[in-house]
Ligand binder design. Structure first.
Ligand code: ADE
Length: 234
């Protein structure tokens, strides 16, 4: 087993890099890949930068250069689910790219022509282990399994939020999970996304995000550490 752990921002990976026994650092496509041991598990930790292109490129590098067996995405997200408050955790069951629109040619919103479903399914075993790890770390927080919707947009309006709920039944909105999911699925690598809620993806997001981003990001990384401690792939 070798797990690739991706965060878009430094705050999303710094806790992991600190906990890691780093053997090598390799720079590729402007991303620094830290390879070593994380609580006894071979791992590669990387900050990919914001958005779907950066994050998809990152997965391909993890596949081709590092031969990772699992991919995990950690970070923050805007809540689309009334049960998910700031600080709560969403673990992916599936991920969809909400800004992919070929509906004019008869495809479902979010569907990529040539790929049967718009939904990329997370690995059930990883998702289950991630939920259990989150519950062990903090019993007070709500941990929900659900749908991550991703696009190259920061969501900060009630109308767009409603659209994402109505069209995709999304539970959280962010900017990398579904492209990581697509790249992982195309490479036949099991993946899961774990996100801590930093804002409500509506008019309050512009205020809340800067206040809660680093706290939520670090908190999510701690969940990832607990996952790595206990998850052992067959
Ligand atoms: N990441 C954290 N909050 C977000 C939001 N509201 N939209 C997109 N990505 C986010």
């Amino acid at each position: 087993m070798k797990i690739g752990i991706i965060g878009a921002m430094e705050t999303e990976v710094s806790v992991l890099k600190e906990a890691m026994k780093v053997d090598t650092v390799i720079t590729k496509a402007g991303m620094n890949f830290y390879e070593g041991m994380l609580h006894g598990t071979p791992a590669v930790v990387v900050q990919c930068g914001i958005g779907k292109v950066n994050s998809a490129m990152c997965v391909q590098i993890l596949a081709d250069l590092f031969h990772v067996t699992h991919v995990m995405n950690t970070g923050v997200a805007g809540s689309l689910n009334a049960d998910l408050d700031i600080g709560d955790i969403l673990v992916s069951e599936k991920a969809i790219q909400h800004d992919l629109d070929v509906t004019a040619l008869g495809y479902a919103l979010g569907q990529i022509p040539g790929i049967e479903s718009r939904e990329f399914k997370a690995d059930a075993e990883m998702a289950e282990a991630a939920v259990a790890a989150c519950r062990r770390v903090n019993t007070d927080l709500n941990v929900v399994k659900g749908c991550v919707v991703s696009g190259d947009q920061f969501i900060s309006s009630a109308e767009v939020k409603e659209h994402l709920i109505k069209e995709f039944h999304g539970d959280c909105a962010e900017m990398e999970g579904a492209s990581i999911a697509q790249a992982a699925v195309l490479n036949r690598i099991p993946f899961v996304v774990i996100r801590a809620i930093s804002d409500k993806a509506d008019g309050s997001a512009e205020m809340d995000y800067p206040s809660f981003e680093s706290q939520a990001a670090e908190h999510c990384a701690k969940m990832v550490l607990e996952f790595v401690k206990t998850f052992h792939a067959n």
